[in-house]
Write a protein that binds this ligand. Structure first.
Ligand code: A2P
Length: 282
């Protein structure tokens, strides 16, 4: 009998090629301007739904030294705090330093994820209320994709109104699919109760392509059309809380409207009636 050499299986441990590397698990493209991806979550990373982190890739090698530096941008985490993985929703800009490369990632690739979450679009920055408004344009939907999947949103509020203004119908797809999927969300149905999703009022609008509801949300609110369509009372500082996330002009205009309606801006250190954050732009 010959003695057999014990065979030790090579452990499938992947050595990260990047600092703070996470592995991409899923990529979905919506339009030539938008995509989402999921990646592994660092075991030690805790965050509050609505926060953002810095993510990115290694930049091109320096022409003389050959050294590479990480190319990072702030991205809202689109997945909720309880999710095992991380999700991000991104714009693609042809000559954008990061997104021109990021848009080509595939499952198995690595991205850099700095595990230091921060942000103001969190429940802790708001005082209690009855109704919460999430106002988004474009990729500004991302933090709300997290908050809409967060049980606390439905524990804290009787009504959740999410408005999303985009240029085209295709740009609404990520948000629309996410909201439809909430009906079958096992965790939320179990924790909050079946039919929790009936608390949500979804108000998608487009500005540059024909759809069921056209116009900027700011104009639709100012004219009273949005209230009439939704069948809700106008903004009121007693009962309403709001979070804003979109392009800069939109944020400023809506902030002004909320202030005029009597709502005050809150922060982690001083909770109040609304909070605002700029959506990522490459
Ligand atoms: P519009 O097409 O009229 O500019 P973007 O893709 O440029 O970030 O814009 C996303 C959406 O936000 C677009 O539908 C755009 O409308 C809308 N938007 C831009 N600025 C404002 C603003 N000041 N108030 C309301 N909506 C805005």
């Amino acid at each position: 009998m010959t003695e057999q050499t014990p065979v030790t299986e090579a452990k499938a441990v992947k050595v990260p090629a990047l600092p703070d590397a996470q592995t991409v698990t899923e990529v979905q493209h919506y339009t030539d301007r938008l995509f989402r991806f999921r990646c592994t979550r660092p075991a030690s990373l805790r965050f509050r739904s609505g926060e953002f982190v810095m993510i990115g890739l290694m930049g091109d090698p320096h022409p003389e030294t050959g050294k590479q530096k990480p190319l990072l941008r702030a991205y809202s985490i689109a997945s909720p705090s309880w999710d095992e993985e991380m999700e991000f929703y991104s714009i693609k800009v042809e000559d954008g330093p990061l997104t021109s490369k990021l848009q080509h990632i595939k499952p198995g690739d690595e991205v850099i994820l700095r595990p230091k979450p921060v942000g103001t679009l969190v429940h802790d920055a708001l005082i209690p209320g009855k109704r919460i408004w999430f106002f988004a344009t474009g990729t500004g939907f991302a933090p709300f994709a997290s908050l809409l999947r967060e049980p606390q949103t439905y524990e804290d509020y009787d009504e959740v109104i999410i408005t999303h203004t985009c240029r085209t119908v295709g740009e609404l797809t990520y948000g629309r699919e996410l909201i439809e999927a909430l009906k079958n969300d096992e965790l939320l149905n179990e924790v909050i109760g079946e039919g929790f999703w009936k608390k949500i009022k979804y108000y998608p609008t487009t500005t540059r392509e024909e759809s069921a509801k056209m116009g900027r949300i700011t104009d639709l609110i100012n004219s009273g059309e949005a209230y009439a369509d939704l069948g809700v009372a106008p903004l009121n500082p007693e009962s309403d809380r709001a979070m804003i996330c979109g392009n800069l002009a939109f944020n400023l205009e809506l902030k002004d409207m909320l202030e005029k309606a009597g709502l005050e801006e809150g922060a982690n250190s001083k909770p109040a009636q609304y909070v605002v954050e700029k959506a990522f732009l490459d």
